[in-house]
Design a protein around this ligand. Structure first.
Ligand code: H79
Length: 575
């Protein structure tokens, strides 16, 4: 991947840029013009996602619970009781601002079809509730006043609207008299209302594009429609049908709007196409009473991992039916904001890399500066690979002294244990030239097995999302899994050619506990499988060193498990 040359712009000065950007229709836009259009948003790095509507009265998931946990007839009447009298747009925007977020995306319409603005195109909207106030209007005004980019999420699928062919639950039923062309006109007119009455918008965040009625042609047409209404707007990839599942990338050659959208996972390092992970602060998108909330460490490291991978984080809250955001969530967001106040220079307007994200941490850069965010310290310190720039000075921004040695072998980094931070030890390196000229490089070398051909005795429900390759993709957020009840299984990798290795790392999925009770690591020698060693339990990032072995086929043979074995990663290293 090559690093796209991009002038770094101070986030604050560019927040208003989308309203004044040069007018270009999508067809005429050159890559530099496109970069300029997206620049404010890439520099912003951190936004607030809000999922809200009458469903908050039930505490179930927005859209998906219609016709499932909540009968459709009941769901569709909830708006008659929706009266969030404590809603205060200024307060919500202040929460986002204090958290260090630079933009806000609210569900103007989710899959359930309910509209939270004063639309003239359907009666199923906020003005018909006892509340009777235009939430989109108030939020847009508050965002404008406080200098936050206002954006909307808009579902393409609409399981409520009679013209849209599919219905609840989850698009699994059909409507009696659908008319997709008429629905499409409705959708386009709604977007015109939103942009013309509440714009300019920062982003139009589409979703619900995966159902059959949506096509490539409709996606391209919708993108052009929205850009024509507001040339400066940014549109996510879910406008088209090219999204590759929940990983959120856009399939090669497919149409995918302006950026990729990994959902509920941190995107992989990708600096040649913009991306934004959308992740919830608790588990549900819409408000759920007593939902488990993520720790400050998880919240902050999620943001920092995104920045280090060269992406954004759109962090979701689901406000309560009272109109308030839960106080504990406000507090958590505030804590994130406090960290960003101190260390925001290492996040905003930076680019990810050059050292690729790993268990060790991540790096970001701007100008001649690299920011190292170290999350985990090996006893011997962090060893970074060779770079084509000289380090002229270094500083531990989170306190203490850092010892740096740059040699022809690489860079070694040590901080006394007392100065290592629980969440992020932040070290600034000044270079004798631009960090963007350093090609992105993995830390600690990649596993010899990464991306290699994998097979297994069993795959959970034969789903590709749990394929053997998930244990060799260098992404600890994905995993190989086996059917529930599986007590024995094997996982094999073909390295392509004989390789010499002396260390294995097996990252068993933490969510399942220690399932493996007995295993052996084997390699093929001639026709025969030889056992390298035997073990009992594994766990997260379990590792073992042994005398160097040369082999092409390596196999983990699980002899006994309490439940279906599942591994995030299986890695082999020379040393
Ligand atoms: O609004 C939130 C969720 O309600 C919504 N997106 C976030 C931002 C959401 N939509 N779908 N899902 C959550 C889960 C749906 C997954 C699937 Fe598919 C839809 C599985 C199969 C069809 C899309 C296409 C994902 C994988 C393939």
């Amino acid at each position: 991947m090559k690093i796209r040359a991009q002038k770094l712009i101070i986030a604050a000065a560019t927040l208003a840029a989308f309203s004044t950007a040069v007018v270009n229709s999508s067809a005429q836009e050159t890559p530099p013009q496109r970069d300029a259009r997206l620049a404010w948003w890439r520099a912003a790095r951190f936004g607030m996602f809000i999922h809200w509507g009458p469903v908050s009265l039930k505490g179930t998931e927005i859209g998906w619970s219609r016709g499932a946990q909540v009968p459709a007839e009941e769901y569709d009447q909830l708006y008659q009781q929706f009266n969030p009298t404590k809603f205060n747009a200024d307060e919500w925007v202040k929460v986002a601002k204090d958290a260090g977020m630079k933009y806000l995306v609210i569900t103007s319409k989710h899959h359930d079809g309910f509209c939270i603005w004063d639309t003239k195109l359907t009666d199923y909207n906020i003005m018909r509730t006892p509340f009777g106030r235009d939430v989109v209007k108030e939020l847009a005004a508050a965002c404008k006043q406080q200098g936050i980019a206002f954006c909307t999420y808009h579902s393409i699928c609409d399981w409520y609207h009679p013209d849209y062919p599919l219905g609840s639950p989850g698009g699994k039923t059909s409507k009696p008299n659908p008319n997709m062309d008429r629905y499409n006109a409705y959708l386009k007119n709604q977007l015109a209302e939103l942009i013309q009455n509440y714009g300019p918008l920062g982003i139009l965040w589409f979703d619900g594009e995966w159902e059959k009625p949506w096509t490539h042609e409709r996606g391209v047409d919708l993108y052009k429609h929205v850009r024509a209404l507001q040339p400066s707007i940014i549109i996510n990839n879910r406008v088209g049908v090219g999204r590759a599942g929940m990983d959120g990338g856009t399939a090669d050659g497919a149409f995918g709007g302006d950026y990729d959208t990994p959902e509920q996972r941190i995107g992989k390092f990708q600096n040649d196409r913009p991306w934004e992970s959308c992740i919830t602060i608790c588990h549900q998108w819409a408000w759920k009473p007593n939902d488990t909330m993520k720790s400050l460490k998880e919240c902050l490291q999620t943001l920092i991992y995104c920045a280090g991978g060269d992406g954004n984080l759109l962090f979701n809250v689901g406000p309560m039916p009272t109109g308030e955001i839960e106080p504990r969530q406000v507090q958590r967001l505030n804590e994130m904001g406090a960290w960003l106040k101190n260390y925001g220079e290492s996040i905003y307007a930076t680019r990810g890399g050059p050292f690729k994200p790993g268990k060790w941490g991540v790096s970001t850069h701007q100008g001649n500066t690299i920011y190292l965010h170290v999350f985990n310290w090996p006893a011997e310190g962090v060893a970074l690979p060779v770079i084509n720039k000289r380090i002229t000075s270094s500083k531990a921004l989170t306190g203490g002294t850092v010892e740096i040695k740059q040699t022809g072998e690489g860079i070694s980094l040590l901080i006394p244990p007392a100065d290592r931070q629980e969440i992020d030890t932040l070290i600034e390196l000044k270079l004798d030239g631009p960090a963007s000229e350093i090609p992105p490089v993995a830390v600690g070398g990649s596993s010899l097995a990464e991306g290699k051909k994998a097979t297994a005795s069993n795959v959970f429900q034969r789903q590709s999302g749990y394929a053997p390759g998930k244990a060799f993709d260098g992404d600890s957020q994905t995993r190989w899994a086996t059917d529930s009840g599986t007590k024995q299984a094997w996982l094999e990798v073909d390295l392509g050619k004989p390789e010499t290795f002396s260390r294995v790392v097996i990252d068993e999925w933490e969510g399942g506990g220690k399932r493996v009770q007995s295993f052996e690591l084997q390699y093929q020698s001639g026709e025969e499988w030889k056992t390298l060693f035997k073990g009992t339990t594994l766990g997260p990032n379990w590792q073992n060193k042994f005398d160097p072995v040369t082999a092409r086929q390596v196999r983990l043979n699980i002899l006994e498990a309490t439940e279906g074995p599942t591994l995030n990663e299986f890695e082999l290293y020379r040393k």
